[in-house]
Write a protein that binds this ligand. Structure first.
Ligand code: NAD
Ligand code: UFG
Length: 335
């Protein structure tokens, strides 16, 4: 029995392959490499000593599933494949709806045709919009979602919920990630954005390694401890482990879980933590708020702990060390 991992060559996918191997699962990867490269998969094989069957293709390509299912005994799917840039989605909404929503719809149809009815979906804290309360629990109402990217996540969630209502055999876990950062402790795999990073940690590491001059801190006038934005950063290996625990605890119907640490860290605290953990300087300046950003977003991950037996164990210091270990050993990412 194998797990089909869509988007397995990407940042979270590669780290999840490592944890799946450690837990004894066989994985099969489907990825079109639109935001990743095969080197990442080679590095995963180097870490785990396992071989993964890799299908280079699009989740919306119905033909590719014929080969995948003929050649493998797939029992469940972890669905990471998707485009994830908030800014890009504002400029190219159609592309995001096509890739993420239509792609997911075709994937689920093809799985159902073969009676594969266990699915784990990568959702996001973005579905909560400006959160009604913090710490955010899973029953926090969804808010106004500021980007087409975020809307694709919410719409796919809704689609999966409706499918589960109609088919009682469907087991589906919606994992709402908070802010994954860091890298595998080997320093062989990590986050490798194509252009100038949008997200905080890859921006910090690229400043630290000299690829970018200074970090811009977006706003110091939020209603937070020091005025900068607060997020729930989670080590990508803890996040990956959350997928293994979800897979081991699949139950019929849709289950929603927040995957975060439950702790909020501000931008300025993160800069300080990174400098202290690694003894490197991160020059920064304060600028205007970034449109669409919320001030504070952190979760209660109590439900995942109770139902899945999962809890994030790596702290901010470890996240900073591992992010830097990856960046300094791979100053140009996988290139
Ligand atoms: P990533 O871009 O590194 O990985 C996504 C992978 O999917 C890439 O390898 C890409 O080539 C592949 N892909 C995209 N569209 C595809 C398609 N149509 N067919 C086949 N492959 C396709 O992103 P990531 O950070 O690893 O994120 C994984 C998932 O988690 C995404 O769905 C993302 O939206 C979601 N997510 C990420 C974050 C985050 O901060 N990284 C937060 C919340 C949710
Ligand atoms: N930030 C800066 N400077 C930067 C980048 C970010 O100050 O160069 C700040 C942001 O203003 C925010 C914090 O750092 O306060 C975190 O920003 P990120 O861009 O790293 O993360 P976001 O919380 O904005 O978004 C991330 C993912 C989204 C996902 C969301 C869910 O990028 O895909 O988490 O919470 F939807």
């Amino acid at each position: 029995m194998a797990v089909l991992v869509t988007g397995g060559a990407g940042y979270i996918g590669t780290h999840t392959l490592v944890e799946l191997s450690a837990a004894g699962y066989e994985s099969v990867v489907l990825d079109n490499l639109s935001n990743s490269c095969e080197t990442a998969l080679e590095r995963v094989m180097e870490i785990t000593g396992d071989n993964y069957k890799f299908y280079k293709g699009d989740i919306a390509d119905r033909e590719i599933y014929k080969r995948i299912f003929e050649e493998n005994d797939i029992d469940a799917c972890i669905h990471f494949a998707g485009l994830k840039s908030v800014a890009e989605s504002v400029s190219f909404p159609l592309h995001y709806f096509q890739n993420n929503i239509i792609g997911s719809l075709i994937l689920v149809e093809e799985l159902f045709k073969r009676n594969v009815k266990k699915l784990i979906f990568s959702s996001s804290a973005t579905v909560y919009g400006e959160p009604a309360f913090v710490p955010i629990t899973e029953d926090c109402p969804k808010g106004e979602i500021p980007s087409p990217y975020g809307k694709t996540k919410s719409m796919i969630e809704e689609m999966l919920m409706d499918i589960a209502k109609a088919d009682r055999e469907f087991s589906c876990a919606l994992l709402r990630y908070f802010n994954p950062i860091g890298a595998h402790e080997s320093g062989r795999i990590g986050e490798d954005p194509n252009d100038i990073p949008n997200n905080l940690m890859p921006y910090i590491t690229q400043v630290a390694v000299g690829r970018l001059p200074r970090l811009r801190v977006f706003g110091d006038d939020y209603d937070t401890r020091d005025g900068s934005g607060v997020r729930d950063y989670i080590h990508v290996t803890d996040l990956a482990d959350g997928h293994v625990k979800a897979l081991q605890n699949m139950k019929k119907g849709v289950s929603v879980y927040n995957l975060g640490t439950g702790n909020g860290t501000s931008v300025l605290e993160m800069v300080k933590a990174f400098q202290e953990a690694n003894g490197v300087d991160v020059p920064y300046y304060i600028t205007d708020r970034r449109p669409g950003d919320v001030g504070e977003c952190y979760c209660s991950a109590a439900k995942a702990e109770k139902e899945l037996g999962w809890k994030a164990t790596r702290d901010i210091n470890k996240m900073c060390e591992d992010a830097w270990n990856w960046q300094k050993n791979n100053p140009n990412g996988y290139r």
